[in-house]
Design a protein around this ligand. Structure first.
Ligand code: KIV
Ligand code: NA
Length: 263
């Protein structure tokens, strides 16, 4: 496979070829996911929960993300490597840039930040300085204390309108990709139609340009609570390769997410 790039992701979007993304935290899984056709590997701050055993993503540091990003980058050949900016690491545009540089130097090709309109200046600051940005709207787990738990977002007309306005503003600021987490499937479809950049859904319905899941969730190995949007792709498989290939195939043929995974 040729290397996945921002232009190739745009071409996939235009062709209706769904983008398959998974979280990844080490070199062996990076090599596995790359050979199984996963287009994007996300070093998610979910590592705080699935690798470190914390009850939220808030304790994760830039050094933690950089460590796992470097490991993933060594194992990967062609997938696009996206690193989460952890809680507190992008409070100002300058801080975001300084921390994003560390993640790019560790091997990230793009960084992901959680938040709406307030992030527009930061996204402009990063993209003006050659750091591609993935935005993240809907359920943003770093805001768990403000949200009062891990709940579906964008359910009222007001909240849906705000999310759509945020999405347009972040795209205008230079975001090249948008993750949509835990929103009604109908809103995921609307936002995807509204934007020119690809959307990647996790609990955002089947009409996003692509899908993402946490690796430990889709392999059935996370011992904690299982969100509605999670599917265990190890079911019926005898290897992790098989499960990851089944995930990629299900994203491509749009059998995942099914109605029971959607809000
Ligand atoms: O940290 C993470 O794993 C994420 C995905 C769930 C999108 O941000
Ligand atoms: Na994250």
């Amino acid at each position: 496979r040729k290397a996945v790039t921002l232009p190739s992701l745009m071409a996939q979007r235009a062709a209706g070829d769904r983008i398959a993304m998974l979280t990844c935290y080490d070199a062996s899984f990076a090599a596995l996911m790359d050979r199984c056709g996963v287009e994007m590997l996300l070093i998610g701050d979910s590592l705080g929960m699935v690798c470190q055993g914390h009850s939220s993503t808030l304790p994760v540091t830039v050094a933690d993300i950089a460590y796992h990003t470097a490991s993933v980058a060594r194992g990967n050949q062609t997938a696009l490597v996206v690193a989460d900016m952890p809680f507190g690491s992008y409070a100002t545009p300058q801080a975001a840039f300084d921390n994003a540089v560390l993640l790019v130097q560790a091997g990230a090709q793009m960084v992901k930040l959680e938040g709406g309109l307030w992030l527009a200046d930061t996204i402009r600051f990063l993209t003006d300085r050659a750091i591609p940005v993935c935005a993240h709207l809907g359920l943003t787990p770093q805001s768990v204390h403000q949200l009062g738990g891990y709940k579906v977002q964008g359910k009222t007309a007001d909240a849906a309108d705000r999310l759509k306005a945020d999405a347009l503003a972040l795209q205008a600021a230079g975001a090249a990709l948008l993750v949509l987490e835990a929103i009604p499937a109908a809103l995921g479809k609307e936002v995807t139609a509204l934007l020119a950049i690809p959307t990647i859904g996790i609990g955002a319905g089947p009409d996003c340009s692509g899908q993402v899941l946490v690796m430990h969730d889709m392999l059935g190995t996370f011992p904690g609570r299982k969100a509605r949007f999670v599917k265990n792709f190890m079911d019926g498989q005898s290897s992790i390769d098989g499960a990851v290939r089944a995930y990629v195939a299900a994203v491509k043929d749009q059998s995942f997410p099914a109605p029971e995974h959607c809000f």
